[in-house]
Write a protein that binds this ligand. Structure first.
Ligand code: NCD
Length: 310
């Protein structure tokens, strides 16, 4: 693992290692890396949770976070994303976190850099760090993935979260089901589609997705109440979920659209736990990449003390 771009690239072993590493960081904490290292956070699309939890993860690891505002940067003068990334590398960043709207540019960008690149969401492509925190949340609940029934429900076609989770969960042996309004199905994801009613009856994990209004065309416009009744998690449907089943949502939540307002903070909801887990999952990703690249020394870090330079 040299970059963190797609859940498709990771084996079962690598996924399980990252989940364990996240858990261990949550349980034991970590002493900061001593030598000053910089992490560049390049967000070309809006973000609250992902950006903030990457920043907190970096600070907990002792890295200095370099913030970047695309509105006031040279991107406004026509500088490309690649040249912006190369600039941060030249300035001395040791790791790059990037969110931007195109699906095919990260691999070539990563190939052109000598530092690890973390995909923090690439358009409708993937969102692997969100997926890792979702996996951690599921693992904390069930201590396994094999045989678990997981339904990913909602705006599948426009969701990068759906894609990363479908890939990773199937690698880990879960039974992945998709559920969506017919127009928002995605034929490139080869998993069975079921109705939301079937999903709540049979699944251990009910993962809802935000309706991605900002990625929609005119014919995607929905009536919110009708959408909730036909495709969302209503109070009645929640009552039919299995006793032990849990509700996930990557947030931000459209309350009353994909999920009834009162269910966001209900007993089965793990939505805020997902956010909490995001910090540890992102610490694990950064730490693993820096170790794998020899930017920090795995053994020294293991002893929670110092590091060697890159
Ligand atoms: C997700 C994203 O940006 O893809 N949000 C997040 O990172 N927590 C999900 C979404 O916006 O719907």
């Amino acid at each position: 693992m040299n970059h963190f771009l797609s859940m498709k690239d990771l084996s079962e072993h690598e996924l399980l290692r990252l989940i364990k590493e996240s858990e261990e960081l949550k349980e034991t904490g970590i002493e900061p890396i001593n030598r000053k290292l910089f992490a560049a956070n390049l967000f070309f699309e809006p973000s609250t949770r992902t950006k903030m939890s990457f920043t907190i993860a970096q600070r907990r690891l002792g890295l200095e976070s370099l913030d970047f505002n695309s509105d006031t940067s040279s991107v406004q003068k026509g500088e490309t994303i690649y040249d912006t990334a190369r600039t941060f590398e030249a300035l001395g960043a040791s790791v790059l976190v990037i969110r931007q709207s195109e699906e095919e540019i990260l691999q070539p960008l990563a190939d052109g850099l000598s530092i690890p690149v973390i995909n923090a969401g690439d358009g409708k492509g993937e969102h692997p760090s969100q997926s890792l925190l979702d996996l951690l949340t599921i693992y904390q609940e069930y201590k396994k993935f094999t045989g678990l029934n997981v339904a990913i429900i909602g705006d599948i076609k426009h969701s990068r979260v759906a894609r990363s989770n479908a890939y990773a969960l199937s690698t880990l042996g879960a039974n992945v089901y998709l559920s969506s309004k017919p127009e928002w199905q995605d034929s490139t994801l080869r998993f069975p589609y079921i109705s939301i009613d079937e999903a709540v009856d049979k699944c251990d994990v009910v993962m809802l997705l935000r309706v991605q209004h900002e990625r929609h065309q005119e014919n995607d416009i929905i009536n919110k109440t009708e959408y909730l009744d036909s495709y969302g998690l209503t109070i009645d449907r929640e009552k039919r979920m299995k006793e032990h089943a849990i509700i996930l949502h990557p947030a931000p939540v459209n309350r009353g659209v994909e999920i009834a307002d009162s269910l966001v903070e209900s007993g089965k909801s793990r939505i805020f736990k997902q956010m909490e887990n995001g910090v540890y999952a992102r610490m694990a990703i950064i730490k693993t990449l820096l170790e794998n690249r020899g930017i920090i020394d795995a053994e020294i870090i293991g002893e929670r003390t110092a590091l060697v330079g890159r």
